[in-house]
Design a protein around this ligand. Structure first.
Ligand code: ATP
Ligand code: MG
Length: 314
């Protein structure tokens, strides 16, 4: 099966500035793909080229096999695009707003009424259908925006910073909603600064900086790439210094640090598989160390991001 989105050698310049610099990657159907990068990295520019709003200087994009340059209408039919800031038509009711966009897509009025009810159900806005758009909170406006981009039943959603400006609760809600939309079989490409969202939602992540794609893969792959070592946290009742010396001598262990938080604990950096982890624990217990806690620290996406990007974008 060929990928649903193929981006090849994509390049865009604004005067002397190279906003997108020779980017190539594919997205498979059904993926939730996160594009992450600092301000000015080129996320929005990449997305605008993908959704036919901006012409690349070089390179090609295929969406469902159709070239964005040669078959823009076929591409637009497949994509729902939510820009980072979109003008809402505030002096309409929620229902009128969706009806207007349904009409733009020439959906028959009778069918439109059913569709709007279904979409409002999906984004949980049914109870606000007769309220003016202006009166919705930022989080609810964002959900309405999502209903809008779904109106022509696209199989791909391209969402530029869908969680920006949302409070933590609204952010969790939009995340759940995106998962629900993905379960309907849609492919989702979204950009974000909020790394936690990307980590929890995405099947794969692309990290972009200064117009270049600097890393791509599952969170696991990116973590292993930039931080090949694993980290174990060990809590003890006593004998910390002795345990530190013993662990330092074991194969694969690169560093053992005492945790300075008042607890008797150690942090172990090592390279190895699960069998190696078991051997660390087995050795501690064999030698009678009073272990009360032993767990692998989850790798932090924030750290992966900081290590991958160099902060060269002003
Ligand atoms: N229309 C334009 N004219 C001139 N320069 C532009 C234009 N659009 C973007 N740029 C420049 O291209 C670069 C990439 O911008 P882009 O908006 O794609 O970044 P971004 O990753 O979306 O950033 P942010 O996280 O701030 O949204 C930036 O240096 C920006 O200033
Ligand atoms: Mg942007």
């Amino acid at each position: 099966m060929s990928p649903i989105i193929e981006i090849k050698e994509l390049t865009k310049r604004f005067k002397t500035r190279v906003a997108v610099n020779n980017i190539s990657f594919n997205i498979e159907g059904g993926e939730i793909f996160g594009l992450v990068g600092p301000n000015g990295a080129g996320k929005t520019t990449t997305m605008r080229m993908l959704v036919t709003l901006l012409k690349p200087d070089h390179g090609e994009i295929l969406v469902g096999g159709f070239s964005v340059g040669k078959k823009p209408n076929e591409v637009r039919r497949q994509i729902g695009f939510m820009p980072d800031s979109f003008g809402l038509y505030g002096d309409m009711t929620v229902q009128e707003y969706l009806d207007f966009f349904g009409a733009c897509y020439k959906i028959h009025p009778h069918q439109r009424a059913h569709l709007i009810t279904d979409l409002l159900d999906l984004v949980d806005l049914g109870h606000r259908r007769d309220d003016m758009v202006d009166t919705l909170s930022t989080g609810l406006k964002q959900r309405l925006g999502l209903a809008r981009v779904l109106i022509h039943d696209p199989n791909i959603l391209v969402l530029d910073e869908p969680a920006s400006g949302l409070d933590p609760r609204a952010r969790v809600e939009i995340r759940e909603l995106l998962l629900e939309v993905a379960r309907l079989g849609k492919t989702i490409l979204f950009s974000s600064h909020i790394l936690a969202d990307v980590g929890e939602l995405c099947s794969r992540v692309g990290i972009i900086e200064d117009g270049k794609l600097v890393a791509i893969g599952t969170l696991q792959q990116l973590s292993e790439h930039v931080m090949p070592h694993r980290q174990i946290h060990i809590g003890l009742l006593s004998r910390r210094d002795e345990a530190q010396v013993m662990l330092q001598s074991m194969t694969g262990v690169s560093e053992v640090r005492a945790v300075e938080n008042g607890k008797v604990a150690l942090e172990v950096d090592f390279i190895g598989d699960d069998e190696t982890i078991h051997q660390l624990l087995a050795k501690l217990l064999e030698q009678g160390f009073p272990v009360i806690h032993f767990s692998e620290e989850a790798k932090n996406l924030e750290e992966v991001f900081m290590r991958t990007t160099k902060g060269i974008v002003s």
